[in-house]
Ligand binder design. Structure first.
Ligand code: PRP
Length: 213
């Protein structure tokens, strides 16, 4: 029996868009489009098994080999530095990591800057390079509230449309890094299932090039 290729997809709209790329690459699994609460779908004939996981968990599945390949945001790769191969920029799920603050904020450099974020490592790396003394307050969500309530001076967070910032009277002070979804692979899977993985990578790369033409 052919060995199955295990693919971890981020649950949600991004994952659905990305699944279409895998389908076009020759790894369809139509049952995935049935609207139910199942999390694992397989197409034995094509030798592929998809599972939906929380977007921030994809890299863990791939790093540990529970998935051979997956799709993860560059934000997660920068924050957790999982031991995986980053094979391709999927040019989707685009947003940016940015510093944001209440409108009119000015930084008093004599004081330690309080930074609220879910991305402690990205924030620490960024401010280390600027030499700014900071105090990181690690939060798990609704980061935008922190400066409003005086918990922090600024936030480091993902900005996509900018709506969340705007609706909370915050604005971008500085962009740290652009973010997009990446195709990642488990390092040993890339050796042992290299043919299938490279086929997918090459096909998706071609699909992206065609889009740009
Ligand atoms: C992210 C981010 C912002 C929002 C930005 O949250 O933390 O809150 O999206 O998007 P916008 O610029 O289009 O308004 P996400 O919905 O990913 O989840 P979270 O609340 O768990 O951070």
């Amino acid at each position: 029996m052919k060995e199955m290729l295990n693919v971890a997809l981020p649950k949600g709209r991004l994952g659905e868009r990305v699944y279409d790329m895998f389908e076009k690459a020759g790894f369809p699994c139509p049952s995935i489009k049935e609207n139910n609460r199942k999390l694992i779908f397989e197409n034995e004939e094509k030798g592929v098994r998809y599972f939906w996981v929380k977007p921030s968990d994809v890299a863990i599945y791939v790093e540990r080999g529970a998935a051979d390949i997956g799709v993860a945001g560059k934000d997660i790769l920068l924050e957790y530095e999982p031991e995986v191969y980053e094979l391709l920029d999927l040019n989707t799920g685009k947003c940016r990591m940015a510093v944001a603050a209440p409108k009119g904020f000015s930084d008093n450099k004599r004081r330690t800057l309080k930074v609220a974020t879910k991305f402690s490592k990205i924030a620490a790396d960024f401010y280390r390079k600027t030499g700014r003394d900071i105090d990181i307050i690690h939060l798990n969500g609704s980061i935008e509230i922190a400066p409003i309530l005086g918990l922090s001076d600024v936030i480091v967070d993902i900005v996509e449309t900018g709506t969340t910032l705007k609706e909370n009277n915050l604005e971008v002070v500085e962009t740290i890094v652009p973010i997009s979804a990446r195709l990642i692979a488990n390092k040993s899977s890339f050796q042992f299932k290299g043919d299938q993985i490279e086929r997918i990578r090459d096909s998706i790369r071609e699909q992206l090039e065609e889009e740009n033409d």
